[in-house]
Design a protein around this ligand. Structure first.
Ligand code: ACO
Length: 326
């Protein structure tokens, strides 16, 4: 077999802000109920960042934990990619702020903006550096303060989102070019800009000059989600050269329990292989996949050598999937 360089996940870390907001807490000032939110979404609670915590602060803690798990230090890091929709500032990139706060040496640092699909996009971008030998130790981080984009008068959106960060360390390792290799094995990334109106933020520095609020036609997004994600999953599995049903764990973007289950059913993945954190974390956008991965690793379900399937869909619309062996 041909020798190939693979981007291997060598450490995973997550961080959730201390403050927990339950559905009952929300029902005290939003026209909603615990029952409605649980039934329609599976969400029980979400975490909320303190006012003085920005995306870079959440990212730094998740990154420190991932580096520790990988047995690496900030000195080793030569590439930082942060997937975020809620950067601290318009610029510099949140990744550059993370570099400074972690104390990493001069290297490459930039953000990727693909909303909830950001982490899958960022992994693919990082693979372009690591699997070409251009990075020896990369941090790929999803970090979001989505609660800052909520219109608290819009009950159709404000109950769905939470804050948090998740990170992985990627390092190059020789592989055989086989599906038994550890590392990122296959991707499918998609975007359809014609569906912008289904999910967007109605502000920005170049238009309104305001931060804006998240707007979503939830039921329309829902309709696209299962079909789009399923297609991308099949394409990523084909790219990796593995049957979808052979994955050990399905670690989806945590938007809605009904979407997770619908996708798993449609692509033929056993429900016991689904890692779900939506009840506790709600939708943390680009952070939700690495946070779910961290949960699975921490509780001992997800182990090195296992085949993982990640997928996400978000604003853009963007969507995508990734197959990797841990
Ligand atoms: N509490 C009580 N009632 C509510 C609430 C609420 N929080 N929100 C909406 N309702 C009401 C609506 O007003 C509507 O009432 P009506 O029938 O009297 O008009 C009714 O519930 C049904 O509304 P729908 O929007 O049709 O409800 P649906 O079953 O579609 O569930 C939901 C809404 C949960 C948003 C669902 O559509 C969904 O999960 N969509 C996908 C979200 C997603 O995946 N987003 C992508 C990622 S996010 C990102 O990229 C940033």
């Amino acid at each position: 077999m041909t020798k190939v360089l693979r981007s291997v996940v060598t450490g995973v870390g997550g961080y959730l802000p201390d403050k927990v907001v339950t559905n009952q807490d929300l029902a005290m000032f939003v026209d909603t109920s615990d029952e409605w939110i649980r039934e329609r979404t599976g969400i029980h609670q979400r975490h909320k960042a303190d006012d003085d915590q920005a995306a870079s602060d959440l990212a730094v803690i998740a990154a420190q934990r991932a580096l520790e798990a990988a047995g690496r230090t900030p000195d080793d890091v030569d590439l930082i990619i942060v997937a975020t929709t809620t950067p601290d500032l318009t610029f510099p990139a949140t990744a550059a702020l993370v570099q400074r706060k972690l104390g990493c040496p001069i290297g490459i640092a930039f953000d990727v903006q693909a909303v909830c699909s950001g982490f899958v996009y960022a992994l693919s971008v990082a693979d372009g550096f690591v699997a070409r030998g251009r990075s020896k130790c990369a941090l790929v981080i999803g970090s979001e303060t989505m609660t800052r984009l909520m219109d608290w008068n819009d009950r159709g959106t404000c109950v769905l989102f939470g804050d948090g960060a998740g990170a992985v360390v990627l390092e190059p390792q020789d592989g055989e070019g086989a599906v038994s290799d550890r590392g990122l094995l296959g991707f499918a990334l998609r975007a359809d800009g014609t569906k912008q109106d289904l999910l967007f933020v109605d502000g920005g520095p170049g238009t309104t000059g305001t931060r804006g609020f998240l707007r979503m036609q939830g039921n329309q997004v829902f309709r696209h989600a299962v079909v789009n994600i399923s297609e991308a999953i099949h394409a990523a599995a084909e790219d990796a050269g593995v049957p979808v049903a052979s994955v050990d764990w399905f670690i989806p973007h945590q938007a809605n329990q009904r979407i997770l289950e619908g996708v798993a059913r449609r692509v033929g993945i056993d429900e016991h292989k689904v890692i779900s954190t939506v009840a506790q974390h709600a939708n943390t956008s680009a952070a939700s996949i690495p946070l779910a991965l961290d949960q699975g690793v921490k509780d001992g379900r997800v182990k090195p050598g296992q085949l993982l399937l990640l997928e996400a869909m978000g604003g853009g619309l963007t969507w995508g999937a990734c197959v990797l062996r841990l």
